[in-house]
Design a protein around this ligand. Structure first.
Ligand code: PEP
Length: 263
């Protein structure tokens, strides 16, 4: 499969936003945009990652959208099944609620909640075992980039989890390359820098397993309508993980359109 035949994805990461009424309005606005200008699933698939308390209401509200928009959990427990883990939601419980997708390893989880390599690997292992699709987030800090360590750091993050992914499970893994210095800062990696890192990630994945080389690699970090077309034009950028701009239906829709048209 060549990079250009990999399906595009645009996923909105709402982080710890917004309040219920605004979330409902946001979905309503997005549904209206999709009603008037549907984005075909084969051109670009869409996902929304709301706070955990909103996963089920958002999933229900999206059920009658003109095109399929999947609901994505922002995180998952490192423990499987059910048990005495107060505050946690396991992959099996997500699956039980028909939530099929999950972000793992977001830099905010790594920074504020101690999600190191072992925790992230456990989460991926259990999510895949439960049959979920994982969007695995990787990315370097500004300091690491300025020290020339960006590639090494990102490829190490991929290697950290490679041993828990069985060959046949790679079809359920996407990678989101999110340079930490570009998240929520308004700074975006240049399309050239992003493409170059995506190509390295693709190479690294191909070395791990043939199937891994077919994984979609999304870019994240201040993606907005103004930069989406250029990013979408890069051969190894198969979509976007969108934070801030996903809180505005029109912006999110325009980003999705950019990927749908360009890919
Ligand atoms: C993110 O949180 O995954 C993200 C990319 O955020 P933003 O688009 O706001 O930089």
């Amino acid at each position: 499969m060549s990079a250009s035949t990999i399906r595009s994805w645009v996923i909105g990461n709402w982080k710890m936003n917004p309040v219920q009424a605004d979330a409902q309005q946001l979905i309503q606005n997005l549904k209206q945009l999709l009603q008037h200008g549907p984005i075909a699933e084969q051109d670009c698939q869409l996902g929304i990652a709301p706070v955990s308390i909103a996963l089920l209401p958002v999933r229900e509200q999206l059920e009658d959208a003109a095109v399929k928009v999947v609901t994505v959990a922002q995180d998952v427990s490192r423990f499987p099944a059910t048990g005495a883990y107060t505050g946690e939601i396991s992959a099996d419980l997500l699956k039980d609620s028909s939530i099929q997708f999950v972000l793992i390893g977001h830099s905010e989880r790594r920074e504020f909640f101690g999600d190191g390599p072992a925790v992230v690997a456990d989460k991926i292992k259990h999510a895949l075992a439960a049959g979920l699709t994982v969007i695995y987030c990787v990315g370097e800090s500004l300091e690491q980039r300025e020290s020339g360590l960006a590639e090494q750091v990102v490829l190490q993050q991929i290697c950290d989890v490679a041993s828990v992914v069985k060959q046949e499970q790679w079809s359920n893994v996407m990678i989101a390359y999110e340079p930490i210095w570009a998240i929520g800062t308004g700074k975006t990696a240049s399309p050239q820098d992003a493409q170059s890192m995506h190509a390295k990630i693709r190479e690294g994945l191909q070395q791990i397993a043939i199937q891994a080389g077919n994984s979609a690699i999304l870019y994240g970090g201040s993606v907005k309508p103004e930069n989406a077309v250029e990013l979408a034009a890069c051969p190894d950028i198969n979509g976007a993980l969108v934070g801030g701009a996903s809180l505005n239906a029109e912006s999110f829709y325009q980003i999705a359109q950019a990927f749908a048209k360009t890919k």
